[in-house]
Write a protein that binds this ligand. Structure first.
Ligand code: ZN
Length: 244
């Protein structure tokens, strides 16, 4: 069974469609949250996801648009995009966002979370000390997380004392080792921040127990054009070009 693993789409339909096309056949999508926010096509992204067999978590932007979290932790640009999204969102999509789970889920023996296990919505797993504290809470060998918009692996080998930070190879399957404890972040579909503007995603093969990370070019200028038309903040438009 092949699973498409995505996170942080942020209303970028051009990026989402490029990922779905590039991934080939899959049986299910696991989306780690932040379907909306920042980008120009929130309704279209939600509709696209719902065409598939889908497990989807809430991210901080989804909760903000749905009115389930306060806005003061967001940057002014992010807040502006949240207000714009609220205004634009169809009521049934608002209801759908509101219904998304905001706590970790386990699917096929793998934990899914937006931020971290300590703080499923807000904490960023960006360094080994944070990963180490969260690995103490893990109940499955592998946890997939999003939120940082940067692909990453933090692994505690079964016979080791220390947490290792490894880079996620592109187009090269890694084995999901059942005795190690591992956080894997597939990166962001719609707003990468690792200085690579290409959309990021992963495919898990549950039979082979492998995960393969991919980067794919998409039409950045098409998304930027829609953002300009929508009068979304310039900084949000520019950053897509640089992956920042
Ligand atoms: Zn995000």
């Amino acid at each position: 069974m092949r699973i498409l693993v995505i996170s942080d789409i942020h209303s970028n339909l051009a990026a989402l469609d490029a990922v779905i096309k590039d991934a080939g056949a899959f049986e299910q999508i696991w989306c780690l949250g932040d379907v909306v926010g920042y980008g120009p096509e929130p309704n279209e992204c939600i509709s696209r996801l719902r065409e598939y067999n889908l497990i989807c978590l809430a991210g901080n932007h989804d909760l903000a648009v749905a009115g389930k979290t306060a806005l003061w932790d967001f940057t002014p640009d992010a807040q502006e995009a949240i207000f714009w999204t609220r205004h634009r969102l169809a009521s049934f999509n608002h209801d759908w966002l509101k219904s998304l789970p905001d706590t970790p889920l386990v699917a096929a023996g793998i934990t899914l979370v937006h931020g971290s296990l300590r703080d499923p919505i807000w904490e960023y797993i960006t360094e080994k000390s944070v990963a180490r504290n969260n690995l103490e809470l893990i109940t499955t060998p592998v946890c997939l997380n999003g939120h940082t918009h940067s692909p990453a692996i933090f692994r505690k080998p079964w016979d080791g004392m220390y947490v290792l930070e490894e880079s996620l190879p592109v187009n090269s399957p890694i084995r999901l080792i059942p005795h190690d404890l591992t956080f894997i972040n597939p990166g962001s579909v719609g707003q990468p921040r690792d200085e690579d503007p290409r959309a990021a995603y992963a495919v898990i093969d549950l039979d082979a127990m492998t995960l393969t990370h991919h980067r794919i070019l998409y039409d950045v200028s098409a998304t930027q054009k829609l953002m300009k038309q929508a009068k979304l903040p310039n900084r949000l438009i520019r950053r897509l070009r640089f992956g920042q």
